[in-house]
Design a protein around this ligand. Sequence first.
Ligand SMILES: Cc1ncc(COP(=O)(O)O)c(C=O)c1O
Length: 387
Amino acid sequence: MEPNFAALRREFPVLGRKTYLNSGSYCALANEVKAAVEQYLEDRLRVGADWDLWVAKNESVRSLTAALIGAAPEEISITASVSAGFNSLASALDFSGPRNKIVISDFEFPTAAQIWHAQERRGARVVHVPRAADGYIAASAFAAAIDENTQLVAITHVCFRNGAKLDIAGVVELARAKGAKVLLDCYQSVGSANVDVKALGVDFAAGGMLKYLLGTAGIGFLYVRDALVSSLVPANSGWFAQETIGSMDITANRPARSARRFEAGTPAVVNCYAAEAGLKMLLRVGIEPVEARIGELTANCMRRLREIDWASVTPTDDRRRGATVAVPTGDAARLVHELKDRDIVTSCRDDNVRAAFHFYNDHSDVEAFCAALRDLRDAFGPPPERC
Ligand SMILES: Cc1ncc(COP(=O)(O)O)c(C=O)c1O
């Protein structure tokens, strides 16, 4: 049975006031996530200190994240951000030998490229796979870059700039053939689409709770495939990364046997409360209906944009699209402001305005966005060379 999306929509008060199309930056706040944050404060007032409860919250987020992406809890590290997870993983890799190449794409979020370039002083070589003339990066485009010297292919699932969704299984196949590992940045897809790390065959994956996972900033996750955990010893460490957190041993680093070895210090507990509530809500709604709903909304938005003659830079093929639809304009920052003045919340990257959809959006949001664009077309329409 399809979830009652109209009733769910009412659980996000901001939607009564705004056309909220900014989930690719951060999600709308659900009543139950707000209540969870209040509960954190309540618990501190009520019990004063409850360390076991704090640890349990972190473990709950770990289990819920594992359930969502088809992993075991032991394969999940709860991190402060995607960047923290990447850095921790990078600190466990060795680039001193011939297998020192890291292949990334031109669709990466800045942090995901910067962290790999930062490994150059440790011997890494970073190679970028560019987008083709049609603006997309097909899996086959990675073939020339991935070779016997490639240690890691670090790619985004969905591009934050234009919403293009990559063929991850195709890239994994190429990487496997050359003995390279694959790290998936799924921050723009997890929670909006089914991300099953086992089905995709990736070795590592990282995401965060601020966007489609309905939580908050300051908390994310790193998935490390079970068989790889024991061979990777991060140089980034801390007491929450130890096999026994309470050991208080200052004579040695004894990393946890699980992916918890990629963590560091005290978890961001208030963020765990929010993340737990968001993940529970998402799992209750179900990721398949969420993905289907977002697919309908973005397809409708693409169709309406064609009708108002404002071509999107997002792929038209449904299989190549995530939750974001991006429209080119001569002045993206001002267009975001114009839309904001009309109570439509969007964001911009490069010369594009992004409308990012979640299950709490409906077709009236598509309509409001496209009607506003139609009115603003003369002043902000796509520059002729980009049509
Ligand atoms: C695809 C992608 N990766 C990484 C990040 C950065 O994540 P964090 O700030 O948690 O390091 C973002 C943030 O928007 C993103 O969209």
